[in-house]
Design a protein around this ligand. Sequence first.
Ligand code: HEM
Length: 406
Amino acid sequence: MQGKQDTLEVYTPEFFLNPETLYVQLRASRPVCRVRLLNGTEGWWITHYEDVKAALKDSRLTKNPHSVLPASELEGIDADVRHLYSLITSHMLFSDPPNHTRLRSLVSKAFTPALIEQWHDRIQSITDALLDAVQPRGTMEVIHDFAFPLPITVISEMLGVVQEDREQFKAWSQVLVGNTSTLHALLPVISEAKAFLNYLFALIEQKRESPADDLISRLVQAEEAGDQLSADELVSMIFLLIIAGHETTTNFIGNAVLALLQHPDQMRALQEDPTLLQGAIEELLRYDTPVFSTTNRWAREDLEIGGQQIRRGELVLLQLASTNHDEQIFQDADTLDLRRQANQHLSFGKGIHYCLGAPLARLEGQIAISTLLRRMPNLRLAVDPHTLTRRPAILIHALEKLPVAF
Ligand code: HEM
């Protein structure tokens, strides 16, 4: 078993631009690697498919930050900041069973493939309206004009949030995504977190007074029923659904469009044969997954992953994007092949935290990509690909902008 390792500085501008260059080196030489995080603390990156798959199902790794928070981290922290932290970390993605099981079961019914399919026509009409708006121009910026408004509109309608607030949501969630699972990471974004939570409190009160046929109203009723959902958990759940429900899919659509534009033969194949669509979405999810790393997990006890000892309390980040290019699992892993068979990518995770929104993300992806290719058959990049930039985010592989012409 290996003991101590040097710490690697991984979050560099080159990494954000092209993570695979580093992943390929790490899979070959240090598949379990000690890394420095953006806030200066340290953790472990896991890059091999089989190690990550096993870790996703390993109950010795906890998702609950409160169970590992060292007492020293709370020293000097104001009580209202501690309460804020507790509020935004009381959701299913930061919980272990039995709390996780209870929280997930309260919303899981709304996200089954059958119920999500009922949103098909609505998603199609939102997609068409977005493309109607840009069609006469002959150009668009895919992220701003299409990939962002589509999923935020859908999740807002499911939850019962008014449309006018969505640009504000974007600003809040871009700052907060990936910055809330440790108290340390939250401190620089306290004012955004407070503003977002105040907005959610007001929204919950409004749904309490005039309930409607939406998810927030149903969750408010569950909270009022008493023993299923506390007031803090209610806010936290809505916070999670809003952030997870759009940031991820926006970047999936952006990355997928770019991958197709860079592989014109594959794009043409999909335009000519729409029956490829389902498999194509899985391959695009594998090829440039929007959530390149899982959220935090911590070792509950000393354990070993891939021959490396990990100490109790240490942070573990599973590099999903790396697993999707692991040559031991995927033949010609760096090739985009929309006809790929047996595509067991890990882009939605695995185990009990497997993405709740996967059926919704898949449906949005299918409608977005197929409609775009059908209505804009001559789609092409409007800038030199070398000028495209990525956001320096630690979980999300996100294009800043994607200008296209058609
Ligand atoms: C292509 C788009 C998406 C991708 C790639 C994605 C990816 C993921 C991943 C990897 C996880 C597990 C994280 C971990 O284990 O640390 C996750 C969890 C989750 N996702 Fe998604 N997601 C997407 C879209 C959505 C959408 C549209 C929703 C809608 C509500 C959503 C809601 C959630 C929730 C609630 C969880 C937590 C599940 C749990 O803890 O049991 N996701 N997602």
